[in-house]
Design a protein around this ligand. Structure first.
Ligand SMILES: Nc1ncnc2c1ncn2[C@@H]1O[C@H](COP(=O)(O)OP(=O)(O)OP(=O)(O)O)[C@@H](O)[C@H]1O
Ligand SMILES: [Mg+2]
Length: 279
């Protein structure tokens, strides 16, 4: 479990993250959503120690990462897997060498043992037999899967994915989401996913933290988001008419009630519990 307590971070007097608190639980996908520039990546970087927050605590199973000594931080880092925005594979290394990289960094295993583990994770992400290919020789979706294989090769307790779907078509995006969800549940990983992909929100949103201009604006899950009356969240997530209709249809399914005009106007105001039929 990861707990964020009152995290703030600014750059040269510009406040980018403002007093954000949240809890990210194991065995589930914890989403951080929000429009471009809302602070998702900065918050994630504060969590993994790439940025030092100006204030607040990042607790890994109760231990404050910021106050840890170098040895303790290194230990936590071996438990963290990270899928960077854009995969960030080493172009000059093969798929096998990319996935093996964390094992070279953090273990003293011999080559045979490392290769066994690499093949195990490549098989898990359905990339068996691609060992000798270079990143330039595989598709965007395959690159993401290599990135996921590399992120989980050390068997992490915590997995961070920054925009895992960026640049992928909707079907490939769903395959990547499904893979992240399966791995999360299978190995009880505390997974944090930054996204602004609507499909991901509805499919993976066990827990959703919505950021707006560096602040936590809303928190809930993919069931509750359908009933949210938070203006900013609704404008962000159900931006198109098509998605507004889809939201109404889902509400109808869940409540058996067609939202009337009053409900519709309330929909755009504040948070609220699911609509309850007054009768
Ligand atoms: N190293 C930095 N120095 C100064 N400002 C920064 C730095 N990194 C990020 N910022 C600023 O912090 C704000 C939040 O950026 P961030 O990258 O977290 O947004 P984001 O929500 O991840 O957006 P996107 O969806 O486009 O990835 C932006 O205004 C950005 O310019
Ligand atoms: Mg980002």
């Amino acid at each position: 479990m990861i707990e964020l307590k009152n995290i703030s971070k600014g750059f040269e007097n510009v406040q980018v993250i403002n007093d954000v608190s949240s809890v990210m639980k194991p065995g589930q996908c914890n989403l951080i959503i929000g429009s471009s520039g809302s602070g998702k990546t900065v918050l994630m970087k504060c969590m993994v120690g790439l940025f030092l927050p100006d204030a607040g605590e990042v607790l890994y199973d109760g231990h404050d990462f910021i106050k840890m000594n170098d040895e303790e931080k290194k230990e936590i880092r071996t438990q963290i897997g990270m899928l960077f925005q854009g995969s960030a594979l080493f172009d000059s290394l093969t798929v096998e060498q990319n996935v093996m990289f964390p094992l070279e960094m953090f273990t003293k295993w011999n080559y045979k043992k490392k290769l066994e583990r690499v093949n195990e994770v490549l098989e898990r992400v359905e990339l068996k037999g691609t060992n000798k290919k270079f990143p330039s020789e595989v598709s965007g979706g395959m690159k993401k899967r290599v990135g996921i294989a590399r992120a989980v090769v050390l068997n992490p307790k915590y997995l961070f994915c920054d925009e895992p779907n960026s640049g992928l078509d909707p079907l490939t995006s769903m395959i990547i989401d499904k893979l992240i969800m399966e791995i999360t549940k299978e190995f009880k990983i505390t997974t944090i996913v930054n996204t602004h992909d609507m499909n991901s929100v509805m499919e993976m949103g066990d827990s959703i933290l919505y950021m707006h201009q560096g602040e936590k604006e809303w928190e809930g899950n993919n069931k509750e988001i359908i009933f949210s009356k938070n203006d900013k969240l609704n404008d962000f997530i159900f931006a198109s008419e098509f998605l507004k209709d889809a939201k109404d249809m889902r509400m109808l399914e869940e409540t058996g009630k067609i939202p009337n005009e009053r409900d519709m106007s309330e929909l755009t105001h504040k948070d609220a519990d699911p609509l309850i039929d007054p009768d």
